[in-house]
Write a new protein. Structure first.
Length: 240
């Protein structure tokens, strides 16, 4: 498929930014998995890096490729994290969490000097929201948290179509941390910052899939090659 080629091209471009001695966060998802495969090849050729995975799936993949792994307790500060996105806009605001790892992805991203997003061009949108926003929640008071988010949707005039994520077997999906996910089908999110702020006030919400002001760069593969988007930071010196 063309999209797989686009993802591969984006991952290859990101790999060029990885140097000996770096501490690298490894994202989760199909595009991140391509990057991990490529990184494994470089490691076999002698690249010396230490990596922190954001999920059990990425951990297993990287370990099988012989990539040296660590935890954030062992390496609390990273040089860069390379990860995918389910949606991204021109300001590099993201929706992540389609794979259910956005809490750990955000923790690792915030521990990194730089977050580099890799994606195919289908992930670039004018406005966030077509992809359901994942909201990780605690199992205690799940119904209460569900209803509070529903009330919030009404107050913000957002479409109310909330679903507890399930496995293919029909059981509640659980994250690596043992939490549940509510997939919020908004269609459009007019003000991502306002929504993120309001969700953070609900006690049962652990983390939403909105990544705002975190990504520095997005490397996007498409029909015309690779396009690089830079975050519109106010301080230009923040972009290296």
């Amino acid at each position: 498929m063309a999209s797989d080629d686009y993802k591969l091209n984006a991952a290859k471009a990101a790999l060029e930014l990885i140097e000996d001695g770096m501490k690298v966060g490894l994202g989760t998802g199909s595009t991140a998995a391509i990057f991990i495969d490529l990184l494994g090849e470089r490691v076999k050729d002698g690249l010396d890096v230490v990596c922190v995975p954001t999920s059990r799936a990425s951990e297993i993949q990287a370990a099988n490729l012989g990539i040296q792994l660590a935890t954030l307790d062992e390496e609390p500060f990273l040089d860069v994290t390379v990860d995918g996105a389910d949606e991204l806009d021109q300001e590099l605001r993201l929706i992540k969490g389609g794979g259910g790892a956005h809490l750990r992805e955000k923790i690792v991203a915030m521990a990194s000097e730089r977050l580099i997003i890799i994606a195919d061009e289908s992930k670039v949108v004018d406005q966030l929201g077509a992809f359901p926003l994942p909201v990780e929640v605690d199992g205690f008071g799940l119904r209460s948290t569900f209803e509070m988010i529903s009330v919030l949707c009404a107050e913000l005039d957002l479409k109310q179509d909330l679903q507890v994520r399930e496995t293919p077997e029909g059981e509640f999906f659980k994250t690596d941390g043992g939490h549940y996910i509510l997939d919020c089908h908004f269609d459009v999110i007019p003000d991502p910052e306002e929504l993120a702020d309001c969700l953070s006030l609900i006690p049962g919400v652990i983390e939403s899939g909105l990544f705002l002001g975190i990504a520095e760069r997005a490397i996007v593969g498409g029909a015309d090659g690779v396009t690089v988007y830079e975050a519109p930071f106010e301080d230009e010196d923040e972009i290296v």
